[in-house]
Design a protein around this ligand. Structure first.
Ligand code: GDP
Ligand code: IMO
Ligand code: MG
Length: 424
């Protein structure tokens, strides 16, 4: 198996965890390259459900090495909690390695995430509150604390004391918030450092060597294209690059090493948090999809907004990721709906048609989706074992999607388990 990259192509939660878990069974190494514990990847295996936030979704396979690259932001407490939770369930994390260049989420990042959201009032982004944006802000401002610093006590103490004092001034004097106890934080993080030290290694070197040894590498994307800091619905985005190009930088390998690029989508669209969503359904159909598809956030438990499949958005994702193919999940959720709609363009109030995803969300203001319709399918498709077993109307819908997306659909999800993916 050549290297593969798995990226989300909508607004997240497309079922990347499931697809990665399936592909990881044929891989030697799984590398996470961006985002942090804002991600929530669900893997269902043997009746067990695992919700992974920072640890790559290859961890369930004993022989697979799991790397976290420099592009990821690490919450030490959270990753240790995740390691402990997996260990209690008999999953061994000794194959995990984390790049020392990865930045550390500190308590002030979480505090500032909440305070800045509160200050935004009605314009708030609806972040996961995990401190992701403020941590990446420090990284790019060049004042961040890296894992390397954390595991070198003297450097960590000096940096954390200086940065912590400055953050307390921002928290209290700009936002009117409660200051943090910086010395207590330093003590607490010292303990995390001791426990994380054995996992620290240069992921760029490890991944490069694995490639040279002919190993199969799987790059695991988190978040999704429309949450990308540049190619998403700015400012309603996350603070990293979930697009495929981000995988090269975030893992520390050349773009030529990425191999096949697989985009994961749902057979409809969902979004958590605020921001534009042209095909959103604020009606009974939207509620039905939410309830039947169990569309509640894996990380925050928030109800996900739901809507029809948007092919304009997917075509944008095909281009910016260089997608080779799509894996589309949750066809089972749509069973029983009489008609299925696919958005193929947006119409502005002056009648202009937008066929490319616009650069700025203001272009979407008052634009309405232009739909193509197709008859729905019915029956329980969750037990289908092959593409040919799907009802003809379901296969027609899949071909309908391919036509408007301009990309082949190679994996079809009909349920949450490993076995419920039909490969074409
Ligand atoms: P991720 O963030 O992209 O990994 O996706 P999440 O795990 O946050 O959300 C996807 C949800 O859909 C999880 O609860 C999965 O178990 C579930 N899921 C994935 N594929 C399918 C599918 O084909 N059918 C159904 N019914 N559920 C699915
Ligand atoms: P996975 O990997 C869905 C959304 C948040 C919010 C915006 C910014 O499970 O698909 P942040 O905390 O990142 O600053 O929040 O991004 N968001 C996600 N939505 N799935 C995710 O990850 C997400 N990670 C962030 O809801 O709208
Ligand atoms: Mg998720």
């Amino acid at each position: 198996m050549p290297s593969k990259v798995v990226v989300g192509v909508q607004w997240g939660d497309e079922g990347k965890g499931k697809v990665i878990d399936i592909l990881a069974s044929r891989a030697d190494v799984v590398v996470r390259s961006q985002g942090g514990n804002n991600a929530g990847h669900t893997v269902k295996s043997g009746g067990e459900v695992y919700k992974l936030h920072l640890i790559p979704s290859g961890i369930l396979y004993k022989g697979v090495k799991c790397y976290i690259g420099c592009g990821v932001v690490i919450d030490p407490q959270d990753i240790l909690r995740e390691i402990d939770g997996l260990s209690e369930r008999g999953i061994d994390c000794s194959n995990l390695r984390i790049d020392p260049r990865a930045h550390i989420i500190m308590p002030w990042h979480r505090r500032l995430d909440g305070l800045s959201e509160r200050a935004l009032g009605e314009s708030q982004i609806g972040t996961t509150g995990r401190g992701i944006g403020p941590c990446y802000m420090d990284k790019y401002e060049r004042s961040g604390i890296r894992l390397y610093d954390l595991v070198h006590d003297e450097i960590f103490t000096r940096k954390a004391a200086a940065v912590g004092a400055l953050k307390n001034r921002i928290i209290t004097q700009i936002y009117g918030g409660e200051p943090l106890d910086v010395p207590a934080i330093i003590e607490e993080y010292r303990e995390y450092a001791k426990r994380l030290a054995p996992y620290v290694d240069d992921v760029s070197v490890l991944t490069y060597n694995a490639i040279r040894e002919g190993k199969d590498i799987l790059f695991e994307g988190a978040q999704a294209t429309l949450l990308d800091i540049d190619f998403g619905t700015y400012p309603f985005v996350t603070s990293s690059h979930p697009v495929s190009g981000g995988a090269a930088i975030g893992a520390g390998v050349g773009p030529g090493e990425l191999g096949e690029i697989i985009g994961v989508a749902k057979a409809y669209t969902t979004r958590v948090g605020a921001g534009p969503f042209p095909t959103e359904l604020n009606d009974e159909t939207g509620d039905l999809i939410r309830n039947r598809g169990q569309e509640f956030g894996t990380t925050t438990g928030r109800p996900r907004r739901t809507g029809w499949f948007d092919a304009v958005l997917i075509r944008h994702a095909v281009r910016v990721n260089g997608l080779d193919c799509l894996a589309v999940n949750k066809f089972d959720t749509l069973s029983g709906l009489e008609t299925l709609k696919v958005c193929v363009a947006y119409k502005k109030p002056d009648g202009t048609l937008l066929t490319e995803y616009p650069c700025d969300i203001n272009e979407l203001k008052d634009a309405s989706p232009v739909y193509e319709e197709i008859g729905g399918f019915s029956g329980d498709i969750s037990t289908c074992k092959a593409f040919d077993e799907l009802p003809q109307a379901c296969r027609d819908y899949i071909e309908f999607l391919e036509k408007f997306c301009g990309c082949p659909i190679k994996m079809v999800g009909v349920g949450p388990s490993r076995e419920q993916v039909l490969e074409r």
